[in-house]
Structure formats: C-alpha cells, structure tokens
Ligand binder design. Structure first.
Ligand code: GLN
Ligand code: ZN
Length: 758
C-alpha cells in the first residue's frame, strides 16, 4: 500500500451541515442530540471520502463542534473559573460563545490563516485534569466503522504558546503542569489498540522561537514518545519551515516528523539530518491552503529531490497542513465556467491527488488502474491549459507591469498636506466615518434580488440611490464634515472589487470555516488582473452630487484584496498584488478626474499578511508598501489619500505604516486604549491620524462625555491639527438605532472639545 497521509480534514460539511445544525441548536430550535447526529454523519462521510480515495493515514479528533484548541482546553481540563459550574455541551458552547453570566473566551487568528481559534486561559493555580472522552470516542467510532485512524492532538508547546495567562506571566511556566496530562492522555490512547499513530500538531515550531521555548522541545518529546511502545508519535508542523526544531526532534524518540514542503521549502535544508536519524518523514506536498490542482509532475520532481536525501522507505507523502483551510468538494460548483473549474481542486479532490501522487512515487507506473491513469492525464492537461490559457495570461497587463516607472505619488508629505489643507479646508479634529453604514436586511435583499435578476437594474439603482440619499442626508443633518456614500452596493469589501476585475473567480460553494459555525467564501484570483471599467466612480459621484461637503471615495487596497482571496500559485504574490495595484491606480485617477477630492484605500488585512518568520518580513513590507503606493501613485498632490486598518498590533510596524505615505490613517484603537497612540508620539509619526474613538463591534452607544474624554486623551498624545475623529471601523454590522445616536454624540463631543480648545 502506498503511503499517503492526510494531516486533517474539514468538518463543517460539504453543504455546511454542521453550521446549520449548530445554529439551529443555539437558537433552541433543536436538541443537542440533533447536532450529535449530524456530527456522526459528517465524520463517517469524511472518513469514507479519505478511505475511498486510498489515503493510508486518516485522522480522528480533527473533527470539532467548534474549535480544536477549545477541544484541547477541555481535554486537559483548562476550564476558566467562570464556566466551572457548567458541564457538557452547555459549558463547551458557553466557553466558545459566552452566556448571560459569562463572556466568551477570546478568539484569534490561527497563524497566518483566516481560521480563528479559541484562546485557552491558564493560570498558575489551575489544576489540570484529563478528560479524554472526545478523543477516545471518536477513535472508537471510526474503528466501529472499520476505519483505522491516527489520532490528532494539538501539541503541548503549541497549546501553551497560543494560550494566555490570566494571572500574568508566561504560559510556558505551566509546561510542568500540562505535560503530565498529555502523558496520561497518551496512556489512555495506548490502551485502545495494539498500535496507534498519534499526530501531535506543533505549528508553533515554525515561528522564530525563543531559546527558552525551544529548550522544552526535547524534554517534551523524550517523555511523550516514551509513554508507550505501541504509540507512534508524529510531530506535525505546517505553514513554514521548522528547521530549528527538526534539529532537536531527530534526537527524540518520536516516530516521524511532518514537514510542509509547500509553504516551507526551506525544510529541504533539514533532509540530511532526518536521513541520518531513524525518523520517518511525512512530506507535505499537496497544498492545504489553496484551491489549485496540484502540478503533479512538479511535485514528483520535488519528491525525487527529497528522496535523494531520505530513502523512500522512510517517506510518507501528505497534505501540507490540514485541509481545513480549503473548501470541500467541487461537485457543487454547478455554475462555474468549465475551463476554470478544471484548474481547481478542493479537499475531496486533493485526497485523490494525494493518493495518486503516493502511487506514482512509491509504486511502478504500470500498477496504476485505468481511473488513475485518466486522473494523471487529466491533471497534466489541466496544468498545461493553465500555463497557456489566454484567460490567465494577458499580455497587455504584463506589458503594463513592465512599464511601471513610478511608485511615488506627486510631492512630499509636508508640502502635500499644506496644499490639501488649503484646498480642502477642513478643521482640526475633522469628523468622518470609515465608509459603510448599516447593512439592513432590506438592503441585502435588494442586492440578492438584483443578482438573481428578480428585480430590474432600474429598480436596483433606485433603491441604492435612495439609501445613499438617506446616508448623505443623515450625515449632513448630524453635522459630520467629511461624508461617505455608505457602501450599500457592496456585499463584501473584497468581493465587490473582485467581481469587477478581470482575472477573478467566484465559487458557489467554496466555503471555508472561519470560526465556530461561521464560514467565508473567498474569491479567487486565477489570472492576470485588469479593470475593464471604472468600479466605484458612478456611485461616488452620485453621492457627491447630493452634497456640497467633501465625499470620500472608498476603495479596498491591493494588499487586502490579495490577503482575503485565494491567490494563483503560478505567480509570486507580490506580482499579483502589483497587478491589482495598477488596476486600482486607474480607479484613483478616475475618481479624482470625476472631482472626488479625498479617497480612502482600506488596508484592513495589511497586518494579517505578515509572514510567520522574521526572515521574510522585510520583503513582505517592501512589496506591500510599494504596492499600496503604486495604487495611489496617480493621486495629485491636492487629492487626499486616506487609509484604514483594522485592529491589530501596530507597535512594531509603525514605520512601515508611515512609509505607506497615506495622508491620513484611521485605525482601531478604541479597544486597546491609548497605548497605541503613545507609539505614534514616540516615533514622531508625521501624518494625520484618526484613532477610532469608539468601538463599533459592540451595540453600546457611547455617551458624549465618554467621547469627550477619549478625545482629550488623544490630545495628550497628538496635536489637534494632526487628529481626525471617527468610529474605529465601518458601521455595516451595526443597526441604525445604534449608529445614529453614536454619531450624534461623536459630533457633539467634537464641538465641545473644540470650544474648550478655542
Ligand atoms: N470601508 C470599509 C467599511 O467601512 C472598511 C471595513 C474594514 O476595515 N473592515 O466597511
Ligand atoms: Zn476596520
């Protein structure tokens, strides 16, 4: 049997069955037993997909009703005190989502993916008690169906590294308390069968680790790998190379090391070491982060390179990471263009690829059956077509990229801002918003109906105009100074642009889990990007025609468009970003030609795109900043460029933000207090800043006094002439009943502060 290993499989269901079941249960429409029933059906289906594809290593405990980190917290008994009185599923979902008495645990991004995990809360006083029920039951459940599985766990170093200490201090101080629970867990697992593979995920090992953390690696796996002779321990990493850790792991008694050769090619540097050890190498070669068909010929070459150092009998081929980050199955993509669909591969299709690659690599070609031969031939043809298709390769776009001569817009910031201030005549502490206004159910319906052609274009435009009219009238009435049109025509800040750009594709069912029951359906970039026509000019000009005040144009920036899409894998990301930037630079120019004087280019996902390894940061910053600048390079001196970034740790990237050279940046600081602003002061940040003065993520309506206080705090750090006053993000998720009074209070607060200053 060839050796093919799936690191993990998505769980939400190919038609998001788990989402439906969970949400119905949460809404108290069904009993928990319904959720369990659906979960069993899904687990069985997913195991069978893998088995039928010929995958030799299939996982249990990769399934979760909410999140695997949360599961792990429950397994080790890391239950925050506020949930201690609860039990079972009530406690589990309260931890994830909060309840009337207790706030939910924090959620944050899983490495550089768009998946979010629940952050365990630990403290020195905790007593950790093993609860292996879920792990054991799932293993038995698969076994009863005749499916032998490996068991997936999140490893102790990753678990600690991603947790937080509620009593202050370092989570790794709890290593000595957590490790025995893992030992006990492995003992229980060992009692289940004669031999079991246990995959212990340690993605934290692909980060730049402090020596102190790295020093725990050997003691950790010396212990865990010796719990039982019948356990084969795999330490699994993904998303980057883990060379520092591999050096150590080869000297522990683990059975195998799992390395990602798609997103961590540098792992190749560790091959010699692995070869010298007695470890198996699980070689990640099928991309678990993307939707493209594997280029099998290229992959086989890569595998030969690997096999050059590590003998074949020590190799197992695998996905680069869990397939959790890809959509399920192409079978529901009924509307997709056939040529494009033929280039894609979702999780189920990736299993076939993996299995076939295993056969091609480990066995003689002659042993392939007819179906496999056909699959291989089709794969070659699809990749050939991708190399040559005119839908992908647009010589005009490529020519244009070659011609780029300037990344820098006219003028130096210091001169520019003076010209703008004279030209645009806005006051200190100018008030504005981030772009969107509430997306009401009626509005969503109008867009959906229009998409389905259930209403005419005329009717659609009438409704959108009516919404813009209302937004403009409201903003004028409240006394906001720089207006926005409210974004009623936009469903999503990336999708809206993707739909209008050539080279962008959309799926019908390409859902990927984001957190809990929530899924996103990222668009995908398959070809050279160009802009057939202006994308935002009409609506922006319409809005401008309704007011004498300045109407701020609203675009999504190239880095964010890139980071929130599946990106073609036949071109480096920076080059794809460059094409998007050029298309957007034409939009900036068109807006300005049409009389729009301020343009905001949102880079909500700028920070998200940061590489996991320090060694790659400088390069990312360079092209991300360059492409932002390229995007606004067409702006004249008097056109004011704004940018907006969502909540993130800015402290370490303040100089990079400055280098983007936007005239004004609005950022989310409402939730982080003023610590961030101090950094602006300390670094002598020169551009104008709109630190969000209230948190739009909560339905709460902040009072005038509260906002006055907040503005005064800002004034302690930055002078009035450098400050803008705005909410901390777009208002689309809020209700009008919340937005109206909040903005009225915000404007009143500014008036009061101005009075005091005068
Ligand atoms: N302009 C966008 C909006 O207001 C920005 C959203 C975001 O930053 N996530 O909705
Ligand atoms: Zn935002």
């Amino acid at each position: 049997m060839s050796k093919s290993y799936a690191v993990g499989f998505p769980r939400i269901g190919e038609q998001r069955e788990l989402k439906v079941a969970l949400e119905s249960y949460w809404a108290q429409n069904t009993a928990f037993e319904e959720v369990q029933k659906v979960a069993s059906v899904l687990k069985k289906r997913h195991w069978e997909y893998q088995k039928n594809a010929g995958i030799s290593h299939i996982s249990t405990n990769d399934f979760s009703l909410y999140d695997s980190m949360l599961d792990m917290a429950v397994i080790v008994g890391a239950i925050p005190a506020r949930f201690a009185s609860l039990s079972g599923e009530t406690r589990y979902f309260a931890m994830a989502r909060g309840n009337k008495e207790a706030v939910a645990m924090e959620m944050t991004k899983w490495f550089n993916t768009n998946y979010h995990y629940i952050v365990p809360e630990l403290s020195l006083q905790d007593v950790y008690v093993l609860d292996a029920t879920k792990v054991i039951n799932e293993y038995k459940e698969a076994k009863a169906l005749g499916i032998q599985t490996k068991i997936n766990l999140i490893g102790p170093l990753t678990f600690l590294g991603l947790s937080k200490r509620i009593d202050g201090g370092d989570t790794y101080e709890l290593f000595g308390k957590i490790l025995p629970v893992y030992e006990a867990l492995l003992k229980e697992i060992a009692s289940l069968d004669e031999e079991i593979v246990v995959q212990i995920d340690e993605p934290i090992l692909v980060k730049d680790l402090e020596p102190k953390v790295l020093s725990l690696l050997k003691p950790c796996y010396d212990v865990l790998a010796k719990v039982s002779d019948t356990l084969k321990i795999v330490v699994q990493t993904y998303f980057e190379h883990s060379n520092e850790a591999t050096k150590i792991l080869v000297h522990t008694p683990v059975w195998a090391i799992g390395l990602d050769f798609v997103h961590g090619v540098k792992n190749l540097e560790s091959l010699e070491l692995v070869a010298k050890s007695d470890k198996k190498l699980i070689a990640g070669i099928v991309d678990g982060r993307n939707i493209w068909k594997n280029d099998m010929e290229k992959t086989l070459e890569l595998l030969e390179t690997v096999a050059h150092a590590v003998p074949k009998e020590k190799l197992i081929v695998s996905t680069s990471c869990s397939l959790l980050h890809t959509p399920f199955s192409l079978k529901y993509e009924e509307n997709m263009d056939a040529e494009i669909k033929n280039w894609l591969s979702y999780a189920v299709e990736k299993l076939e690829e993996l299995s076939l690659l295993g056969k091609l690599f480990f066995e003689e070609k002659e042993t392939l059956n007819q179906k496999e031969v056909a699959l291989f031939t089709a794969n070659k043809a699809a990749n050939e077509s991708r190399k040559n298709s005119t839908r992908i390769h647009d010589s005009l776009v490529q020519e244009r990229v070659k011609q780029i001569s300037k990344y820098q817009r006219e003028g130096d910031y210091k001169e520019r801002i003076e010209i703008q201030k004279a030209h645009l005549a806005y006051d200190d502490l100018a008030t504005t918003t981030i772009g969107s206004f509430p997306q009401t159910p009626e509005l969503r319906k109008i867009r959906a109906d229009y998409k389905k052609a259930a209403i005419s274009q005329e009717a659609y435009e009438r409704e959108i105009k009516a919404y813009i009219d209302e937004c403009v009238a409201f903003q004028e009435e409240v006394g906001l100074e720089i207006l926005v049109h409210g974004e009623p025509e936009r469903n999503d800040m990336v999708e809206y642009f993707g739909e209008q750009l050539k080279g962008y594709g959309f799926s019908q069912n390409g859902w990927v889990q984001s957190y809990g029951s929530r899924c996103v359906k990222p668009p995908f970039i398959y070809g050279d990007i160009s802009r057939p026509e202006a994308m935002t000019v009409e609506w922006t000009c319409y809005a401008q025609s309704k007011t004498k005040k300045i109407m701020k144009g609203m675009l999504t920036g190239p880095v964010t468009i890139l980071n929130w899409s599946f990106v073609r894998d036949d071109k480096p990301r920076d080059e794809v970003a460059e094409q998007i930037a050029i298309a957007l630079s034409d939009e900036v120019d068109d807006l300005q030609k049409a009389g729009i004087k301020m343009i905001q280019v949102d880079e909500a996902a700028f920070k998200e795109g940061y590489p996991l390894r320090k060694e790659n940061i400088a390069l990312y910053e360079k092209w991300a900043v360059d492409n932002f600048k390229l995007c606004v390079s067409t702006a004249h001196q008097e056109t004011q460029i704004h940018t907006h970034m969502c909540y993130s740790q800015f402290n370490d990237i303040i100089h990079t933000i400055e280098a983007m050279d936007a005239d004004v940046i609005s950022i989310e600081t409402a939730r982080s207090g003023n610590t961030l602003l101090k950094i602006f002061k300390e670094t002598g940040y020169k551009q104008e800043v709109g630190p969000g003065i209230y948190d739009i993520h909560s339905p709460r309506i902040p009072s005038v006094e509260e906002m006055v206080k907040q503005i005064e705090l800002l004034l302690e750090v930055l002078p009035a002439k450098q400050l803008w006053i705005n909410p901390d993000c777009g208002l689309k998720t809020r209700k009008w009943e919340e937005v109206k009074p909040s903005l009225i209070n915000m404007v009143t607060a500014v008036k009061e502060v101005r009075k005091r200053l005068a």
